[in-house]
Structure formats: C-alpha cells, structure tokens
Design a protein. Sequence first.
Length: 304
Amino acid sequence: MALGDARSQAVEANAMTEALLEWLSYRQSGRPSDIPSELLPGESAGVMLADLSILGHVEREEDTWRIAPPVLASLGDGSEDAAAAILCGARTRGLLARLRSTCESRGADLKSIVQPGRPDCVLVTAATTVDLCSIASDASLNWQRDAAFTLLASLPRMSEWPRQPIPMVAGRTQGVRRFSRSRLRWIESTLGEAQGAPRGLFEIKRDRDTVVVLKEGENSQSRIEKAAGRLIVAANAKKLHIDLKSRSLFLPASLRPPMLVTRALVLCSGQVPEFVQNTRQIVFRGVSGRAAHLAAAILGLRFA
C-alpha cells in the first residue's frame, strides 16, 4: 500500500470515530447492535465500545452502553507548571465549538491529539487549575480534579476485587485453560485439574457460556473478572517498570488491568495504551510517580 493511501485511510478512520462518538452522544444509550456499521472503522462494536469506555466516553453494563456526561478531567493535582485537562464523555460539534470559544476568551490553549482509529484526545491547557475549573463552568461541563489519582484511590486492591462464590463446575465442558504464573499465559488444562487444584485461575468453556473460576482453596472457588484473576495469580511478581523521565508505565500485555484500573491509567494522558510488539508490553503515558505507586498497590505487582 502506498504511503498516501495509508494516510488517507487513517484520516478516514479518524473521521469515522469522531462521527461515531457524536452519534453515541446524541443516541445517549443502547446496545452494541444498534451502532450503524458505517460508523465502525474496521472494528467490531464491542472493541470500539471497550476503547471508548477506557477513554471515559461511555459506560458499559453487560450488553448495553450509555454515554457519559461531558467532563473536563484534570491531568494532575495542580502542582504542575501548567494545568491541563482532557475532554471525556459526550462530544458533539456544538460542544467543541463552545469549549473552543471559552478557551479563547480565557486565554487557554485547546488542541486535538490524533489517536489512530480512535477519537482525538482533546487537551485543554491553562495557567492554573482554577482557570481550568472556570473554563469547565463557562462551557457547561462537569469538572474532575486529579481524575486519574482520584479514580485509582477509589478502587480496591486485586486481593479484594469483587467476586461471586459459586459451586465448582461439573459435567460436560468444551475446553479448560489455566493461567500460568510462571509463563504469564493460558495453558491447556482439564476439568479434573480445576476441580482438584487448591489454587489457580481456570477458564472453563461450557455448552452455554464460558466461566472464569478462581480457586482459593480446595472447596473455595469464585467467579471473577478475568483481568483481576490473572493479576491475583501473578501477585507480588516484579513485572512493573516506570520511566519517570518520560512518565511511562510498562507492564506485560497478559496482565492488562481490569477496565476501571485501565481507565484510571489512561486518564493520566487521555490516550489509549500502546502495545510494544517485541516485548509484549503495554505502555501507559503521562503516569506520575505517585499514580504509578498507587497503581502498583492496587494491582499487587512490584517494580522490577
């Protein structure tokens, strides 16, 4: 593919995601199947909604979604040299025009950072946090101070992550996998191993569904979010790395956090995490030292 063609396709994909976010903003709520296929840039509705969720634009519950209220989410606690915030939630052309006009009248800077295949990151920079708060008020937006750290501080540790006690799976299954702590990946297993194991995380595919089971004793098992279960199995592993100079937090892609933790780390920059192919890591940008250490405590991982 020619470079010009690739750029043209990227521009078209970005335009589609902006149109998608505006459509969701007017629609307010619905199901993934409601989304017109022409607004999906080569991705499934589920994948797009997952990324829009970690970006703070939509909330999801089972097979439904709803748009979040528009909010300026601060990227720090106000101690930085300049105050910055990102626009999350609903986004329409009228809202953007109002925000742009407000920034101009307040002497603030507004710019859009392109994210391939995802809506632009809309960044507002002003002299002080008080200025940002005033801009949010003038533009009829909600305001969230120190958004990433505030969300992280509200989340439980992985050892306390919500789970639902269940009877051990029995009967016919179509496949069983166990998450390996040493390999940090899923490996083939059996229902017998899952039933007899004193501890471990098992993904069990049944005729009607797939269930993720966390064993914490021979007769103690719970249904748990898959991402949380993987991190519980990997507890205390030295798998985190923070580059304070570039404010980047690295961790294995196989230990990608649950959605709310991912969202909190995304709110450090307003941009989706990057995937590094050769190291199989994901990278969150804009992460301060204090946010990284709080995230480590929640994830139950140590710095390498």
